[in-house]
Design a protein around this ligand. Structure first.
Ligand SMILES: C[S@@+](CC[C@H](N)C(=O)[O-])C[C@H]1O[C@@H](n2cnc3c(N)ncnc32)[C@H](O)[C@@H]1O
Length: 272
């Protein structure tokens, strides 16, 4: 998994608008073979009393923080993200602060948080070990850090199809933002940063019985295969891919499109 200089700006473009993220979240919720609820797994891992100072790093559209606030969490809640739109989504929730910052350089004192969560974001950070050091620095001794990352090569069938179509328009997949960490490479990093971690693996699959939700999901992944939001070939690639997916369902009547996926919930304690 290599890093390259183009990665941050492509990610900025991807997360300037929450629409694609929302399509992915909704697709996983509706089209998973087994129940898919990483938020419930994180809540089970942190076992909140309701008064903790909690930071959610890479907070996205802040639905996790919103659910905590709605549930009556009394302690301070803060959402950190590199995308201004996501920070704004956090900041409009009563009782939640939104902070525009990078996970590797956060404007917080040492030993600030009781709980720090970083859900489905660490793989976007070019130096995940540096983010873990920052998570440990800002979390109190005895505090809890919970991370969610994907298993390697999630949904390989649709990713291969997207990459193949992108290649016909000269798009090199290695120009896409790389995934810097996954469920296999995270545990040794946690071991180095925190000493230990509790690991919960969730294996699952996306299953589509009709083309439309698969096409929408594929489009929501385009940036991660080098097809950026403003790329001139993007509409043509979407047209070609749509035809291909519709053909697949036409030629496989009664069959569902199944694509394996999964994630790891890793929980570490900061040593006292
Ligand atoms: C896949 S989304 C996950 C959002 C949310 N945590 C969730 O699970 O729905 C990744 C989020 O991490 C943010 N992000 C990416 N790199 C980051 C970094 N270095 N520091 C902070 N946030 C980052 C993105 O802007 C985006 O909102």
């Amino acid at each position: 998994m290599k890093s390259h200089p183009g990665a941050p700006s492509q990610l900025d473009a991807e997360y300037a608008d929450p629409t694609a993220l929302r399509v992915r979240i909704e697709t996983h919720r509706r089209f998973s073979e087994h129940p898919h609820d990483p938020q419930a797994d994180v809540l089970a891992a942190i076992d909140l009393a309701g008064t903790e100072y909690l930071a959610d790093i890479g907070c996205g559209d802040a639905r996790f923080l919103a659910s905590l606030a709605e549930a009556g969490h009394q302690g301070p809640l803060v959402g950190v993200d590199t995308a201004a739109t996501m920070v704004a989504a956090a900041a409009i929730i009563p009782g939640v602060r939104g902070i525009l910052a990078d996970a590797t350089r956060m404007p917080f004192e040492d030993n600030t948080f009781d709980i720090l969560t970083a859900r489905h974001m660490l793989y976007h950070v070019p130096e995940p070990a540096a983010a873990l050091t920052e998570f440990r620095r800002t979390t109190k001794p005895g505090g809890t850090v919970v991370l969610v990352v994907n298993r390697p090569g999630n949904t390989p069938r649709i990713r291969e199809l997207i990459t193949a179509h992108a290649a016909t328009y000269g798009i090199d997949p290695t120009t896409a933002p790389p995934y810097t960490v996954d469920s296999e490479s995270l545990p040794p990093l946690l071991e180095a940063a925190f000493g230990t971690a509790q690991l919960l693996y969730r294996d699952n699959a996306l299953v589509f019985e009709t083309p439309e939700p698969l096409i929408r999901f594929a489009e929501s992944l385009f940036t991660f295969d080098g097809i950026t939001p403003g790329h001139p070939a993007r509409p043509a690639i979407l047209t070609d891919l749509t035809a291909d997916i519709e053909d697949w369902f036409r030629y496989h009547p009664g069959e569902a499109w199944r694509d394996p996926k999964g994630y790891l919930v890793a929980t570490s304690k900061v040593a006292v």
